[in-house]
Write a protein that binds this ligand. Structure first.
Ligand code: FRU
Length: 525
């Protein structure tokens, strides 16, 4: 049944595995004109377990083809002795690792080995039950099949000196090539210590400890899935900054429960990451949130993109709070729309901006609704139904409080004909916040925290307008506000025939409204 990708809630233009459980993107690498997406995968169930690396490929980041499992949990299914946790992948184009033979370029993956049972490894190293260490594997056939480096794995053994914390959660290596120092860098976390630990290597096999970072800002839960990359600042391209993205579980943004994603902007010299003072909040609580919704986690960037300064990220569109109970079958979890990142000064502060990576246009169809209003009246304004998968561009004038003007303005999507079921995406003119309200979005009762209202601060742009882009799929909404300085990602599980849409202007009118809705086709056919 999975092969038609038409089951209830099946994402139409977001990647999801045909069946079984998926979590983090683990290994995003572009090589020979193909985007590879490796991901945390349970080959034998619809909940977390038997962690392996699933694999999908794409030519455009929107149309995906699922490939055979890349790294199958060792000993699966009888007796799992090693699980392959989150990591990353690179094309070792200069064959620094020596894994390349006959002129073939090796793809090298670095992952966290999680050993459920104590044992002696082929390399002679002893590991304890539940221990986590970093290991590598390589592929000489463009990611189809992989060989683990058993002779020496793990290549960064736990405990990493000088920490001595044998069973500390130590994981999620993000590897990339650092051009200035001509070295490989691996960024890992000591998750429960809220430390990022950075390593460097000439050959991907021998690693030396370079530095550590943290704890800073949000530390409400463990730190996971670090991602580090460099970008120029828009409008000032001579300045390049580094961005460190971190998963936090739990302790996500205000108003959410469960996992979330924060970032730091700073400098990295190949050895140490230093956050800019503007990126650090002394209260040890506030953070630069990458997404203010509940369902954006383990964001990772592509290695090997053809255009040097390009940074494209994909995140897991789910949450550890309820990930294993979402009402989908025979799979669980989808990935976010790929996000093109940039840096720009917004309201005096260098800020991470997200835009949808261009390839979504390839599934946009010609069923486009276009409207503009000088003024949208108080109450609700119905619109033609755009179906179940579409993209919205909504823009309107901001205003300060005034009796004749709206207090909030929203678009309701995936609504039932009586509007008892709807997901509202809108703006609160008083608090100056974008919101997503999924309290009545459909099936919500599988988790007591799911039916919630999420919000993110957003000020009007220079021409005093609020701009929202919204991607709606069969079980998700992703909202990008302003120039992309805020993002709000949330799963929804509406009834299949809930396809109504309307505008809702509360307490007064909303001015100078422009709306465009583009239908989105399935990327699976
Ligand atoms: C984050 C995470 C990672 C870990 C993986 C295991 O979602 O907990 O830290 O490597 O999932 O599947």
């Amino acid at each position: 049944s999975g092969l038609n990708y038409t089951e209830p809630y099946r994402p139409q233009y977001h990647f999801s595995p045909a069946e079984h459980w998926m979590n983090d993107p683990a290994g995003l690498v572009y090589y020979k004109e193909t985007y590879h997406l490796f991901f945390q995968y349970n080959p034998g169930g619809i909940e977390w377990g038997n962690m392996s690396w699933g694999h999908a490929t794409s030519k455009d980041l929107t149309h995906w083809e699922e490939r055979p499992v890349a790294l199958l949990a060792r000993g699966y299914p009888e007796n799992v002795t090693e699980m392959y946790f989150t990591g990353s992948a690179v094309a070792d184009v200069n064959n620094t690792s020596g894994f390349g033979v006959d002129g073939k370029i090796p793809l090298v993956a670095m992952y966290t080995s999680m050993y459920p049972v104590s044992q002696e490894l082929p390399s002679g190293k002893h590991v304890l039950a539940e221990q986590q260490s970093q290991s590598i594997a390589y592929s000489l056939d463009e990611g189809e099949t992989w060989t683990t480096y058993d002779a020496e794995n793990p290549v960064i053994h736990n405990p990493p000196s000088p920490y001595g914390a044998e069973l500390e959660n130590f994981r999620d290596p993000f590897v990339f090539w650092h051009d200035d120092t001509q070295k490989w860098v691996a960024v890992t976390v000591l998750a429960s210590l809220h430390k990022v630990v950075i390593w460097s290597s000439d050959n991907l096999k021998e690693w030396s400890l370079a530095s550590e970072f943290g704890p800073y800002n949000a530390v409400g839960g463990i730190w996971e899935c670090p991602n580090l990359f460099q970008m120029p600042i828009k409008g000032d391209p001579s300045i390049k900054k580094w961005v460190l993205v971190l998963g936090l579980n739990p302790g996500g943004p205000p108003g959410t429960v469960g996992s979330g994603t924060q970032y730091f902007i700073g400098d990295f010299n190949g050895t140490a990451f230093k956050a800019d003072p503007a990126s650090i909040y002394p209260d040890n609580k506030s953070a630069n949130w990458m997404d203010w919704g509940p369902d954006f986690y383990a964001a990772a960037s592509y290695n090997g993109l053809p255009v040097g300064d390009d940074v494209v990220q994909i995140a897991w569109m789910n949450n550890w709070q309820y990930g294993a109970t979402i009402p989908t079958s025979p799979w669980r979890s989808a990935m976010s729309v790929p996000r093109q990142l940039s840096l720009k000064e917004v309201n005096g502060k260098v800020t991470l901006l997200q835009q949808p990576q261009d390839s979504w246009h390839s599934v946009a169809n010609d069923q486009t609704l276009k409207h503009s209003w000088k003024s949208v009246s108080k109450g609700s304004t119905s619109l033609d139904s755009p179906g179940k998968a579409f993209k919205i561009d909504l823009s309107f004038a901001d205003h300060d409080s005034d009796k004749s003007l709206a207090s909030t303005f929203a678009i309701a999507v995936r609504a039932s004909s009586d509007f008892k079921q709807e997901t509202l995406i809108g703006y609160n003119f008083t608090s100056k916040e974008v919101f997503v309200d999924r309290r009545n979005s459909g099936v919500v009762s599988f988790d007591k925290t799911f039916a919630s209202l999420y919000h993110a601060p957003l000020s009007a742009n220079a021409d005093k307008r609020i701009n929202l882009q919204v991607f709606v799929d069969w079980s998700s909404v992703e909202v990008l506000g302003g120039q992309g300085e805020v993002s709000l990602t949330a799963q929804i599980f509406p009834e299949e025939n809930s396809t109504e849409t309307r505008l809702v202007s509360t307490d007064g009118v909303t001015q100078n409204v422009r709306l465009q809705i583009s239908g989105m086709d399935s990327a699976w056919h």
